[in-house]
Each structure stands twice: as C-alpha cells, then as structure tokens.
Design a binder for this molecule. Structure first.
Ligand code: C5P
Length: 411
C-alpha cells in the first residue's frame, strides 16, 4: 500500500501561471491513492478552471466561502477537519502574505486557519517578488509556525526573467506531501543507530580506496526512522547529502573511525541498521608522502577492514540488527547466507550493478529473517526506506514478544 493511499489532501491553487501544473499534481496524488479536493483562490480560478480540477480530482472544486450549495454538502469547517494535509501549489506572494497574517478573507485562508493538518506551501512568483524582504519575512513566519515550504526552483520564468521563483517540480511536491502525511509512531521511544555512505581508506595524502555509495539509502532510512518517532543517530562516511530533520549526525571517513563511533553508541541502542558500504579492505601501509608515479607495475598490499556489523553482533546485549547485502546475482541466497554468517536479525538484499543501486534510482529488495522474508517491489528510495522502517518496527515487536515468552517460559 502506498503511503498516500486513502489520505485526504486539500490542494489549494492560487493565481500564478504555474497553476497550469496543479491538475497534474492532483492527478499524481490521486494515482497514489489519495483523495484530493481542490480549493481555488479568486486568482487561481481565473487561471485554471474549476471544472478541470473537478475532472482530475473527481470532486467539485471550491473557491467561494459563500457558496450555499457547497456549504450545505460540506461546510468549510468540515472540509478543514477532513484534510490530512493542505498543499498550496502554486502559492503566490499574495497568498503567502495572507497566510502569514492569518487572514480568513477567502475560503483557502479560512481553511488554513481552521485546520490542524500540516500545511505545505510551494511558492511560485517572479524572482524579485520572491527575494523581496517582505516575502522572505512572510515565509520565515510560516516556517516558524510549522508550515513546510517546498522550493521554489531556479530557472526560466513566465515573465522572461531567469532566477529563483519557479514552482518546484510535481514529483518533488508529491514527495513532500508523502513526507508530511507519513509520520507515525511506529518507533516512538526507540533509539536507532544507522551507518550510511562509503568509507575512504587512505593510501597516501591524496589517494584513497572507496566505492560508489552516495549515502542515499542510509539518509532516507534515518529520515523515515525519525518520522516514525525514533531517536536517530546517523554515522556517515563522506557524502553530499544534507542531514534529515531531527537526526543527530556524526561524520567519519575511514572504516576504523566508523567502527569506533558505532561501538561507542550501539550498546545504548534498540536498533542498529548497517547501511554503510564499508570498504572491505584498507591499505596495509599508509604512505605519509605522496606516492610517485613509476613506469613499472605496482602492487598495493591490503588488509581486511573491521566488520562493524559483526562487531555489534558480538556485543553481549546487542540491539536488533539489520544488515544490507548489495549483490550482483542470487540476491535472496546471498542475503540468507549473510543472515547466518553475521548473526543478524534481518538482511535487506538489493541487486546492484548495471546502473542499479547507487544514488537516486528506484530500487527493489528481498528482505530476509530467520524463517521468513518479504519482497518489496520497485519503488523510490524514500518509499523503500518507509517500508523497511515499517517492517523493522513490526519485526522488532515480534522479537520482543518472543523474547518475553522465552524469558517467562524459562522462569
Ligand atoms: O560482508 P558484506 O560487506 O557483504 O556485508 C554487508 C553488510 O555488512 C552491510 O550491512 C554493511 O553495512 C555491513 N558491513 C560492516 N562493516 C564492514 C563491511 C560490511 O558493517 N566492514
């Protein structure tokens, strides 16, 4: 089931040229199973027809606070209560200013005031209007009240200018909606430790051994775990990813540094997810001086780097352990072998190679545990992370039950 299935999304459309993309946004949300209702401001209704919004959402679009028939069917207060999330896309400078002042002069403003649902705002305006201090202060006020701003993007604008102010792309807005409705309490009160990214094993001051990991999956897992209520610590190798909100991050470079950081924290954690692509080998000798180029072939002596996951598995009181198996073939068999070899509770097997696995690509997984497993079909990494966190929360619960039973039957 997709995270948006049966979620009720109120889509506010205000009067920017980017309103032409609102029907597409409504459609994408509906395709993921969301129930969408559109509310147009006066300007929004001048640019996009309510009938078109009705056709793509399957429900009449509203724009007036004083529409007797619409109010009789569902009052604006009921509509405000109905919404799981309000997304305003596009949001003009005027709409943002009115929201910042808390105006209830039209239906959309009233709904935003009357609703407890999260509000997402996707600004769209001329670059000078966007950079104007008045708009920036209004946006800061909205952020401060918990509104999420998505974008705007940089690029060619309807007025011919080039700059910041274009409405974000539809998939980005959909993802932001998914994130805002995806919060749960599946891992509330749990301490989750995650490793992410590659490690770098230095050869000399300028060269190192590393791999193609970008850290995307580990960072998405950290984000999903935090959204599920966990207290998340993320130990990461070098990556360009920004830290998800609410996550405590520790940057490391080598496998040795990652091991130290993990071993210090793991005993206090409930769940450890080893998602990092730790370099399997490290140069046996580090040269403090840059190695010179030679004409003859050179051999680089390597020694195995510490197995962090196996190290945590050996702790006397260990957390629930999740490992990853990036495989080019026989994903399930290799994942099962790793489950046994490393003595962990769950292994997530992914196929890598031929363009699969690294960065912002879609992925699928075979998740295995003792006596069972599950396949997660092809999806984006944020969606994969949410499903994995759900599964981990489920399995952790089962483990706890089994543990309690074992203890009580032993008494
Ligand atoms: O043995 P292999 O590298 O295939 O195992 C992959 C799993 O083990 C991943 O979860 C990875 O994060 C973890 N690992 C580790 N330390 C290593 C090597 C792998 O924690 N040195």
């Amino acid at each position: 089931m997709h995270i948006l299935t049966n979620k009720k999304i109120l889509l506010g459309v205000s009067g920017s040229v980017a309103a032409y993309r609102a029907p597409e946004l409504a459609r994408r949300l509906a395709e993921h199973g969301a129930e969408v209702r559109a509310v147009l401001t006066e300007g929004g209704a001048k640019l996009i027809s309510p009938l078109l919004m009705q056709a793509v959402t399957g429900a009449p679009a509203r724009s007036s606070l004083w529409d007797e028939a619409a109010e009789a069917a569902m009052s604006h207060i009921e509509l405000a209560r109905w919404a799981d999330c309000i997304v305003i896309a596009p949001a003009t400078a005027n709409t943002i200013a009115r929201l910042a002042r808390g105006e209830a002069s039209d239906l959309l403003g009233t709904l935003c005031l009357a609703s407890n649902a999260p509000v997402l705002v996707a600004p769209a305006m001329n670059r000078n209007m966007w950079s104007n201090r008045a708009t920036q202060e209004n946006c800061a006020a909205l952020r401060e009240r918990g509104c999420v701003l998505v974008g705007p993007d940089h690029g060619q604008q309807a007025c011919g200018d080039v700059g910041e102010g274009r409405m974000s792309a539809v998939p980005e807005i959909v993802e932001a909606v998914e994130r805002s409705v995806g919060v749960s309490d599946q891992l509330a009160g749990q301490r989750v430790l995650i490793t992410a990214g590659p490690t770098r094993e230095p050869i000399d001051p300028v060269r190192f051994l590393s791999n193609r990991s970008t850290g995307t999956m580990g960072f998405e897992l950290a984000d999903a775990a935090a959204r599920a209520g966990a207290d998340v610590q993320l130990v990461t190798g070098p990556t360009s990813r920004s830290t998800p909100p609410g996550v405590e991050r520790l940057d490391v470079v080598t496998a040795g540094e990652m091991l130290d950081a993990v071993m210090e924290r793991a005993p206090d954690c409930h769940v450890f997810i080893a998602c990092a692509a730790v370099s399997d080998y490290t140069p046996a000798h580090y040269s403090p001086k840059k190695l010179k180029r030679r004409e003859s072939a050179q051999a680089l002596e390597l020694k195995p780097s510490p197995d962090i996951l196996a190290g945590v598995a050996r702790l006397p009181e260990r957390p629930f352990l999740v490992g990853f198996a990036a495989e080019t073939q026989q994903v399930e068999e290799n994942a099962r072998a790793k489950l046994e070899a490393k003595g962990v509770d769950m292994v997530v097997g992914n196929r890598v190679g031929e363009g699969r696995g690294f960065g912002d690509v879609e992925t699928s997984a075979r998740v295995v545990w003792e006596g069972g497993g599950r396949r997660i079909g092809k999806c984006t990494k944020p969606e994969m992370a949410r499903q994995l966190i759900g599964l981990i929360a489920e399995r952790c619960g089962l483990e706890k039950v089994t543990l309690l039973r074992t203890r009580s039957s032993a008494q």
